[in-house]
Design a protein around this ligand. Structure first.
Ligand code: UD1
Length: 340
């Protein structure tokens, strides 16, 4: 049983990871600055697991908050670092806010590890956005990292570089997990994604349209060179994704890692077009979705889906939940939100 710090632990992926940690018998210490979530996510975690995790409202981009956290917690066995801003459009408008928040917090955490317990596992929340439009599909971890389309994407690339250098120089051990498109919610509908304002991502826009909060979904581009003209992504259930973090941290704890810094794709390995997602949603919800075709969204790639061989073999992890199950859980969560 390990004590694991989860930064951004009340966020979308962080909260599902807190649940997965508790279910595997570990003890999460949750830190969040509540900038993009709500304190009552703690109740959701407690409702599912029966455990109310230790929680601290701290901002990891503030040096004194980080110092306080490590001064009061010298018994951490691992860190899973989610805390970051993640809105692509906002990052273009406010790049310095993104670089400051996402990179400062990462550096402070690594500095604490470097000066204290160097072998404490560090898991970093990265993104398939580092591959841009990959030449070869499915995308393997050795595909080249290309210049980022947005400051948000750049913080993930630079974040990986910072970790790589800190691992080489400071004896830290780390795993970066490159997520494809996380969707869905816990089966209980007690926790899920809390989009603020108009959702930028496909699934929250779909569920809000079905719920009558948005009038119509715009499908960005139907002239892509794909089987139906709409863009292809690899949509992965957030609970599958959360479980991979526990396996990653356990790998480092057991010193089963082959290199001090490893990178894994987290996806299903299956690509779905936007139209296939819409059809699947209509099937699981029994509703017709109001949508139209709109021009392509700048910065979008045509197709991205994961080669999962490395993560299957080395982490022994494979996504278990189907697209239909993911969408059904997203819809259940949306209906639950509607009642709040
Ligand atoms: C986006 C980000 C990516 C980030 C990820 C986090 C961009 C360009 N990329 O990925 O950097 O890591 O979110 O979850 O923003 N779509 C519509 N209508 C909509 C919304 C989306 O047709 O209203 C389409 C998009 O064009 C895309 C697909 O749905 O083809 C998925 O979009 P989205 O959920 O925003 O994810 P990504 O763009 O893949």
């Amino acid at each position: 049983m390990a004590k694991i710090l989860i930064t951004g632990g009340l966020g979308y992926i962080g909260s599902h990871t807190a649940v997965a940690l508790i279910e595997k018998g570990h003890t999460p210490v949750v830190v969040d600055n509540l900038s993009n979530t709500r304190i009552d996510v703690l109740e959701g975690i407690e409702k599912i697991t029966g455990v109310r995790p230790e929680f601290h409202q701290l901002d990891l981009a503030i040096a004194t908050d980080v110092a306080y956290l490590f001064r009061t917690h010298n018994d951490l066995d691992g860190i899973i670092h989610f805390a970051a801003y993640k809105a692509v459009g906002e990052s273009v408008a406010e790049p310095l806010k993104y670089y400051n928040n996402n990179l400062t917090s990462l550096i402070y955490l690594l500095q604490e590890i470097a000066k204290g317990q160097r072998d404490i596992p560090f898991i970093f929340s990265s993104s398939c956005t580092v591959y841009g439009q990959a030449k070869d599909l499915p995308i393997t971890e050795v595909a080249p990292v290309v210049p980022a389309e947005s400051p948000y994407g750049n913080t993930k690339q630079i974040g990986e570089e910072i970790i790589k250098d800190a691992v080489a120089a400071n004896g830290i051990k780390a795993i970066a997990l490159r997520y494809f498109n996380p969707i869905g919610a816990h089966e209980s509908a007690a926790i899920g994604e809390l989009p603020l304002g108009v959702p930028q991502n496909l699934i929250p826009f779909v569920t809000q349209t079905a719920a009558g909060i948005r009038e119509q979904l715009s499908i960005f581009g139907n002239d892509y060179p794909t089987r139906d003209g709409t863009a292809i992504r690899d949509y992965i259930h957030v609970v599958d994704l959360a479980e991979a973090h526990i396996i990653a941290v356990e790998r480092l704890l057991a010193q089963e890692n082959e290199l001090p810094f490893e990178v894994f794709n987290l996806g299903t390995g299956e690509g779905s077009t936007v139209l296939e997602v819409v059809e699947a949603f209509e099937r699981v919800s029994g509703m017709k979705l109001n949508y139209r075709f709109a021009p392509r969204r700048p910065g979008d790639v045509i197709a991205a889906y994961a080669d999962t061989k490395k993560v299957n073999e080395k982490l022994g992890w494979k996504a278990k939940r189907s697209l239909d199950a993911s969408l059904a859980s997203a819809w259940a969560w949306q209906q639950r939100l509607g009642k709040d």
